[in-house]
Design a protein around this ligand. Structure first.
Ligand code: ANZ
Length: 825
């Protein structure tokens, strides 16, 4: 080879380092990703939202996956002619950042901001098409001022209140946790076993919205059934009845909630949650009072999950008192046990051991009576030999005049009767509880409330917002459960905005999940006199696409739906569901295990970018499998993707001079391949099947390679389509080639290719059906037909049926797509 040719070959080698970073800079500098005003834009709007990141370090593989997925959608929508809003910000307050800061011995602020810059730089380097002009951090006073403003709207509307309650306490993070932040009895952040502790805390009345949250699910058409089920169960609607019992010894009334009022005749004992106020009254002044306190101590050390589980030992304490079963008139013993939770229903239950698994376990443990009141069809349950509760359908027995009622269908009849008798009332209850939003931590949004000895809880006047988070020396959480802010006395001591007298500031900060419950409104516009611009919010929202982890199904994804409904009810916005389409990415793992520093199996996106470039990092992640499935990084090959991109690079550069050719016509193999790829990749993008889209692009690039001898127009058409379709996943290589081909503007704003349906029709062939070697039918079928479908068609043929009737098929030979031979005897 001559030197000049060799030089040219070298210059034309695929070298992403030579252009990726420069393009990343240029896109941002030119404002390529800026959304247009949706009220005046001629393009249909598309709001592409990603769950914004915690700035707890540099980007990890989970970020690479989730944000690339969102970016592919955003870029695809630009190319389909949409006005895309694809914003970014940082969820920068709260435990994740703070715990990391404490571990590293530096102030949360000094830890958080540099991390944000680092992540922002990495996002840019990855080519994320964010509208950077809308960027904000939730720990900026300009943002949390409006978090406080919203808190005050909730407070005024009676949706924020303060009460003493037994709450989840993480002994390691030294803070209260919401139920959603306790996973399997452990702190979601640090894994420590969560205990119960009494605190005066702020709550949001989320439980008032339980039914609205369920009803709203009708609108969530683009959510997976899995995500919907998790939320439905978390909200936990139960239909049943409240039934009132009387304490035999004292005459006081106590109500239970039951979903099975049809089993009332089988209630042989009664159980109170240990924390139930009646429990303490019943043991008061008795010799067992101190033992009861010890019992309570024991119970407090167990998590709710442990307490509620079937098959776990149940702590028990007999109160010595009895309740009167309102339908049998019998006295039944009142016990206390930890399997009854204070926070659900009324905190008291009628125990029906024959038909409830946990009551059965408790009865066996304590030797209590078991009485069968539901008899299954064709069986006779005998309490003496039962090994488990029977909770299925059956007919009521031992239930006086209701004997013979079929259940659970007949429950309505039972409740009607209970209501008539004044024993019970129909009741719907939800598992969803009010949201505990107080955190005894430094790094959060200060609660804009002052405690005044005269006026009580007084809101800070709006014009005085934000209540700035003061700097403190000692930001570590305290054993006492008191916020570090409490030590800052000059900040705490203030005057009451109402009476001017001395007062104290609230020292708890807000749960960071409040910050993230409304951020997507602020992306639409950032007015400086309101949290949101209703005009623009109503123009952009509901968001069209939301990408994020399914682990948020019972937390963020409920909180933010709740916020949206409240803001709607307060008249601030015109819709009540924030994101009807939700796509949950899978996890990135390594050889079956979680990636982590301690395991030493951590792969950083930056390492892949350095070795192969951002396009390869993005493509590898998207090609690794269906977006929603877990990705095992040990199974994927960045090298393979890099080689493929090198090939695309090479044939594009080498055929650059042919690209100006005119329009292609005819039905050649290459044209058909091109148009089938356009059809397939488009369909894949519409269903977020990024991996199969890439596979089809690989096939197309092979077909291009095999057909370089085709006329210029056909090669040009194929390469042009390939580049456009590759652009959402690999924006850099496609942009660089686009410019080398002398095309105008960014490929991001080029149009998505269209296919000619005449060229995508699947070919058909004639399938022959034989019975024992004799031709009995001929059927036109698609050339890519599968074996199962061929057999179906053969079996459905009239003539074939006639010839196999009454005979036994001993063998079926299928040779796709042309032959089915049924051998009969
Ligand atoms: C009697 C009974 C008989 C019950 C039977 C069930 C089956 P869901 O469906 O989850 O709403 N329960 C009520 N309050 C409770 C509490 N605070 N802690 C623990 N368990 C409680 O569950 C409702 C059922 O859970 C109620 O119906 C009650 O037991 C129990 F064959 O009442 B059932």
């Amino acid at each position: 080879m001559a030197t000049a040719e060799r030089d040219q070959a070298a210059a034309e080698r695929y070298d992403p380092a030579a252009f990726e970073a420069a393009w990343a800079e240029r896109w941002v500098a030119e404002g390529l990703f800026a959304a247009e005003d949706p009220r005046t834009s001629t393009k249909p709007k598309f709001y592409c939202l990603d769950m914004f990141p915690y700035p707890s370090g540099d980007l990890h593989m989970g970020h690479l996956e989730a944000f690339t997925g969102g970016d592919v959608v955003a870029r695809y929508k630009w190319m389909r002619g949409h006005n895309v809003l694809h914003p970014i910000g940082w969820d920068a307050f709260g435990l994740p950042a703070e715990n990391a800061a404490i571990k590293n011995g530096i102030h949360p602020r000094a830890w958080t901001y540099p991390n944000i810059e680092q992540q922002a730089a990495s996002f840019k380097r990855l080519g994320m098409s964010f509208d950077w002009s809308r960027r904000f951090n939730t720990c900026d006073p300009d943002y949390y001022r409006w978090t406080q403003w919203l808190f005050l709207r909730f407070f005024e509307a009676g949706l924020a209140y303060r009460k003493a309650a037994s709450t989840n306490w993480c002994p390691s993070c030294k803070t209260v946790l919401a139920n959603e932040q306790v996973v399997g009895g452990r702190c979601e952040r640090c894994g420590t076993l969560v205990t119960q502790r009494e605190f005066v805390s702020w709550f949001f009345r989320e439980s008032d919205y339980a039914q609205k949250l369920l009803d709203g699910m009708e609108q969530l058409k683009g959510w997976s059934e899995h995500a919907l089920t998790i939320q439905r169960n978390w909200i936990g609607r139960s239909e049943g009845a409240d039934v009132t019992f009387r304490v035999a010894e004292t005459g006081e009334e106590v109500t239970v909630f039951t979903t099975r009022p049809d089993t009332l005749w089988g209630a042989t004992f009664f159980v109170l949650a240990p924390e139930h106020p009646l429990a303490r009254r019943l043991v008061a002044g008795k010799t067992r009072e101190t033992m009861f306190e010890e019992f309570l101590d024991l119970v407090r050390r167990r998590s709710e999950i442990e307490r509620a589980a079937v098959g776990k030992r149940k702590e028990s304490f007999f109160t010595g008192a009895h309740a009167i079963n309102p339908v049998t008139g019998k006295q039944i013993p009142i016990w206390c046990s930890d399997y009854v939770l204070m926070g659900y229903g009324t905190g008291a239950i009628m125990a029906v051991p024959a038909h409830d698994p946990r009551d059965f376990e408790f009865a066996r443990q304590e030797g209590l009576e078991i009485r069968v009141v539901i008899q299954p069809e064709g069986q006779t349950l005998d309490p003496a030999v039962m090994t488990q509760a029977y909770d299925g359908e059956g007919v009521m027995v031992n239930s006086a005049h209701l004997d013979g009622t079929a259940t659970p269908g007949g429950i309505t009849r039972v409740v009607d009767w209970l209501e008539e008798q004044g024993i019970g009332t129909r009741r719907i209850r939800y598992r969803l509880r009010d949201w505990n939003v107080s955190r005894q931590r430094y790094w959060g949004c200060p609660i804009p409330i002052v405690h005044c000895p005269t006026d009580g809880e007084v809101p800070i006047p709006v014009e005085q917002l934000p209540v700035t988070l003061p700097d403190v020396e000692d930001y570590k959480p305290a054993e006492t459960g008191e916020s570090p802010l409490a030590k800052k006395t000059e900040w705490v001591n203030t005057t009451c905005p109402r009476c001017g007298g001395p007062a104290k500031r609230e020292t708890d900060t807000l749960d960071t999940f409040i910050d993230s419950s409304w951020y997507f409104f602020r992306y639409c516009a950032q007015p400086d006199d309101a949290p949101l611009d209703p005009d623009l919010v109503n123009a952009w929202m509901p968001a069209d696409h939301y990408t994020g982890g399914i682990e948020h199904a019972t937390g963020h994804l409920i909180y933010s739906r709740f916020f949206t409904k409240v803001l709607h009810d307060l008249g601030l916005i015109g819709f009540d569901e924030p994101y009807p389409s939700l796509l949950n990415q899978g996890k990135v793992i390594m050889e079956g295990a979680k990636m982590s520093k301690s395991k030493g199996n951590l792969v950083a996106p930056s390492a892949i970018i350095e070795q192969y470039g951002a396009d390869t990092a993005r493509a590898t992640m998207m090609f690794a499998g269906p977006f929603e499935a877990d990705v095992d990084w040990a199974d994927v090959s960045p090298q393979g993707l890099f080689r493929w991109l090198s090939r695309v690079w090479r044939f594009t550069v080498e055929n650059a001079s042919r690209m100006g050719a005119g329009e292609a016509s005819g039905e050649s193999a290459l044209r058909q391949a091109t148009h089938r790829a356009i059809q397939g990749v488009t369909e894949d993008h519409e269903r977020f099947r990024f991996n199969t889209a890439i596979a089809k692009l690989m096939t197309l690039s092979n077909q291009i390679g095999e057909n370089l001898g085709a006329p210029d127009e056909e090669v040009a058409e194929a390469i042009d389509a390939l580049l456009r379709m590759l652009a959402p996943v690999c924006p850099f290589i496609t942009e660089e080639l686009w410019h080398r081909l002398g095309r105008d503007g960014s490929i991001l704003k080029a149009s998505w290719p269209a296919y000619d349906p005449a060229l995508t029709k699947a070919e058909t062939v004639t399938m022959v059906v034989q019975v024992s070697g004799k031709v009995r039918d001929r059927i036109e079928v698609p050339a890519d037909i599968g074996e199962a479908r061929m057999r179906e068609l053969a079996d459905a043929s009239e003539n074939v049926r006639k010839h196999i009737e009454g005979k036994e098929a001993v063998k079926v030979v299928v040779v796709p797509p042309k032959l089915v031979n049924i051998v009969v005897r």
